[in-house]
Write a protein that binds this ligand. Structure first.
Ligand SMILES: O=C(O)[C@H](O)[C@@H](O)[C@H](O)[C@H](O)COP(=O)(O)O
Length: 214
């Protein structure tokens, strides 16, 4: 987690040095907390770095399931407290603020650095197999942000679409545990991204690195 934070810090510094700004997308969920906390200490020009989530659950920000809350408790501290956080404002319903969010995300694209998680069902961001909106979110013509209603999940989601994630300068996938390692093995076999949405990331045209710990 510390090593990845150092690497991401270096990549953001390089992007900032060449463009005068940089953008970072990070995952929510239960895995990335220690990485985000370590990254909060990176010596970067944070006010010029836009930080967004790869996806958010449509819950109030005080909910324990809010990824924005996770960011506030981990990354948005220490040196990174002044980062330019692009909030997904998930409260109000998935479709309610979609236009505003899309506009703000578009201004921050292309992403320079993207960190993604993955579930044992091979979903990444909120690109879940079996979701009615999945094909539209994987399509090359997908809007930047898509509202998803994954079956089996307690709430709707907003997610960056596959073309936005694939258009990042670099991608890191952060995985822990044997179950996810087995899922990654399954995803590396040929097959459609509808079945294993992480495949849309594994074959992205930019450098993609998997970081795994037990
Ligand atoms: O909001 C989310 O759930 C995420 O952004 C999601 O894509 C996550 O990265 C995976 O579901 C893995 O989640 P865990 O780290 O909790 O296993």
């Amino acid at each position: 987690m510390r090593g990845l934070a150092e690497l991401v810090g270096d990549q953001l510094r390089a992007a900032h040095a060449s463009k005068g700004r940089a953008s970072l997308a990070v995952p929510g969920g239960t895995t990335p907390g220690p990485f985000l906390t370590a990254l909060s200490e990176a010596d970067l020009d944070w006010p010029e770095i836009t930080v967004m989530l790869t996806d958010e659950r449509v819950v109030p920000e005080y909910s324990e399931r809010s990824n924005t809350r996770l960011l506030r408790e981990t990354l948005m501290r220490n040196a990174a407290a002044g980062a330019n956080l692009l909030r997904f404002h998930a409260i109000g319903g998935a479709d309610f603020l979609l236009d505003t969010v899309r506009e703000r995300v578009a201004e921050a694209l292309p992403l320079d650095v993207t960190v993604l998680g993955m579930g044992a069902d091979m979903h990444t961001a909120s690109l879940f197999p079996g979701t009615p909106e999945l094909a539209a979110a994987l399509a090359g013509t997908a809007p930047d942000v898509v509202a998803m209603h994954p079956p089996g999940q307690p709430e709707a989601r907003l997610t960056l679409s596959a073309p936005v994630l694939r258009g990042s300068g670099v991608i890191h996938i952060l995985l822990t545990g044997a179950e996810k390692l087995a899922a990654l093995d399954r995803a590396l076999a040929p097959g459609p991204a509808e079945e294993a949405p992480i495949r849309a990331i594994l074959d992205a045209p930019c450098p993609v690195t998997v970081h795994y710990a037990d």
